[in-house]
Design a binder for this molecule. Sequence first.
Ligand SMILES: *[C@@H]1O[C@H](CO)[C@@H](O)[C@H](O)[C@H]1NC(C)=O
Length: 319
Amino acid sequence: MTWAMFSPPTLFAASYSNLVLLCLTFVMEVLIICFLLFTVEHLPVPLEIVMLSIFGAICIYGATASLANCIFGKDLIMMGPPLFRVEMTKEDTKEPPPCFCPSSHRTSSLRSIANLLNEGAVCGVPTDTVYALAASCKQPEAIEKIYRIKDRPQEKPICIFISNLDQLRAAAPPFSPLLWDFMENVYPGGIGCIIKKGEWLKKLGVGAGYDRVGTKDSIMIRVPDQTITVHLIDMTGPLAITSANPSGETDSTHHDMVISRLGHKLEGVLCDGESNEVVASTVVNCTKIDEGGITILREGCVPAAKVRQIFERVKNGAV
Ligand SMILES: *[C@@H]1O[C@H](CO)[C@@H](O)[C@H](O)[C@H]1NC(C)=O
């Protein structure tokens, strides 16, 4: 009984080693059967002797080969290849990603990430600057989740990304001609404009998430200058966006950084390799653009001087 239990695993293990060991194990099994039959007197003696000799021969060959190969450090005497090999490929040794991480080069990846976002997931996405965390503006719980994922203080606002200015025009916000002109000159690109909030935001598709984006009375809107991000927003509607890093840490400039730091808390990461910029966008306060002009709240990838230059040009009507 014990033998019957041990022989299949032994043969199995031997098949992963080499041919000599496999033969040896196999002959040993036959030999044991011979012994068993001999004890119940059903076996001719010569057969047992033949089996014993084969067993002995393989033993001597195996021992000599092992010894020789060991002494000379190379395969001097053939031991035969293993019947099976344990496949040690790269995929096996690498840890599986903690979330869904498709490549941005495929339309199907964009569709899957868009579907996840529409269902209320939080995903890491590339932008025209650094990597960002995105949630659909239609899903306020997802926006709440962004705060938890990043450990972001509640008072810090989250901005929205739209795909083009026509989306904004369709919502008919009460903007002055100066603000429209300024926006036309900075979008798309690495400049975000803070403007006054209003009911028009709801027409933009920011429904249930209205109170969760921006501050009580202002919101930062940006049109990214990147095909992938814009295409994604066309599939999802406006996205609530914040940089893809734990609060207070450095920006993520590669999808690997997003995956390693936040991947286990996200439903997906759209992988696009290195980010376009190593710094975030420049933030401009436009809430008092008609009364007192603009103020730069954060100087990012676009220099403050350039923003002021654009504003002066627009204000002087030279557009
Ligand atoms: C924008 O500027 C106005 C006027 O200076 C100020 O009242 C407002 O708090 C600023 N908004 C932000 C988000 O800093």
